[in-house]
Ligand binder design. Structure first.
Ligand code: SF4
Length: 338
């Protein structure tokens, strides 16, 4: 991916599909004005493009289009039991951006969506209205806003960050989590840290990044970003998730990885760490095998209750090892395992 925002967006989104209803939102014009070389095609409903059957998501991933649509129906979802909830009872997620420009071999979006086109819902105000209602109903909420994309990649063309920071400031009963692999921390320097906005950095050994997290920043660049924002007082979690079986010497690789974390950031300043091995709904894994030829797809997983993951013994060994390394250097009450 190019560093220049303008370059990558113009090259990546050669076509923009716009729902006619989305033309009523100023955000639509804002996005179009930043992608002035893209060809625009008007549509009635985003599902005509996004949910069409018999698409090849592998090919689309090489050159995705952008879809601008108006979200209708549900805006906020109860968190899946495959996700970390930090023992929060009222754990929800939302998706105003769907799909990603990074290309992780293990990404569940590849199994979940028929398309790899990038989808922006432009009616953010409807999300905020629904959240205000939910806060009144529940009292306190934990909301992840980036499970279905690495949203920070898009803030240059869809300026959502300032809106969510404003919403978090006005609504202290909500905790907002943004999960990312980006190294572009500078956008956060425009704001003061707030207690109820957590940035969860997803990190992996460099070998995993090089092999399985295509287009993403290196471990070194992610750790620089984390260390810069820790210095500014932002609340940061680390997600060592998914932990992958990367051959017989996997434990040496993970030990080295944990050492490099402690060498590059002050781990005691981290808010929480989450751990989990690769896991995925079995029907998503079937789609992986059909379209994406990665060794991740073809490992002999065990499937229990519709979820495929490593065999129990291996899974326990991997979690136990990483946990025991981490608890030597980090408060174990703030380590969460799934
Ligand atoms: S960064 Fe996250 S959302 Fe993007 S491809 Fe990787 S796993 Fe999927």
């Amino acid at each position: 991916m190019k560093n220049s925002k303008q370059n990558y967006t113009n090259e990546t989104f050669s076509h923009i599909y716009i729902e006619k209803d989305a033309l009523n939102y100023s955000l639509t014009n804002e996005v179009i004005s930043k992608l002035n070389k893209s060809k625009i095609i008007y549509i009635d409903n985003y599902n005509e493009i996004f949910s069409r059957k018999n698409q090849n998501p592998f090919l689309q991933k090489l050159s995705p289009s952008l879809i601008l649509a108006v979200k209708k129906g549900d805006f906020i979802y109860k968190g899946s039991n495959l996700c970390h909830n930090f023992e929060q009872q009222d754990f929800y997620y939302t998706n105003f951006i769907v799909n990603c420009l990074y290309d992780c071999d293990y990404c569940y979006l590849k199994g979940m969506n028929f398309s790899s086109h990038i989808l922006f819902f432009v009616n953010l105000s409807d999300y905020f209205n629904e959240l205000r209602r939910l806060i009144v109903e529940k009292g306190k909420l934990y909301l992840s806003i980036s499970y279905d994309s690495d949203i920070l990649l898009f803030d240059g063309i869809y300026p959502f960050l300032k809106e969510w920071i404003k919403f978090a400031k006005e609504n202290p009963l909500i905790t907002i989590e943004i999960r990312t692999k980006t190294s572009n921390y500078k956008k956060f320097l425009n704001y003061s840290p707030i207690d109820n906005l957590i940035i969860t950095w997803s990190i992996s050994p460099q070998e995993v990044i090089s092999k399985y997290e295509k287009n993403t920043p290196s471990l070194e660049r992610r750790l620089i970003a984390i260390s810069q924002l820790l210095k500014k007082g932002w609340k940061i979690n680390l997600a060592l998730d998914p932990i992958l079986y990367i051959g017989e010497n996997w434990s040496d690789k993970y030990k080295e990885f944990i050492n490099s974390i402690t060498e590059n950031i002050n781990i005691k300043e981290i808010n929480a760490i989450t751990l989990g091995v690769f896991r995925i709904p079995a029907d998503y894994l079937k789609r992986f095998k059909k379209f994406f030829e990665s060794s991740i797809s073809f490992f002999p997983y065990q499937t229990i209750n519709g979820v495929s993951t490593y065999p129990e013994e291996l899974k326990n060994e991997m979690i136990k090892f990483v946990y025991s390394e981490l608890k030597n250097i980090f408060d174990k009450t703030n380590i969460y395992i799934l």
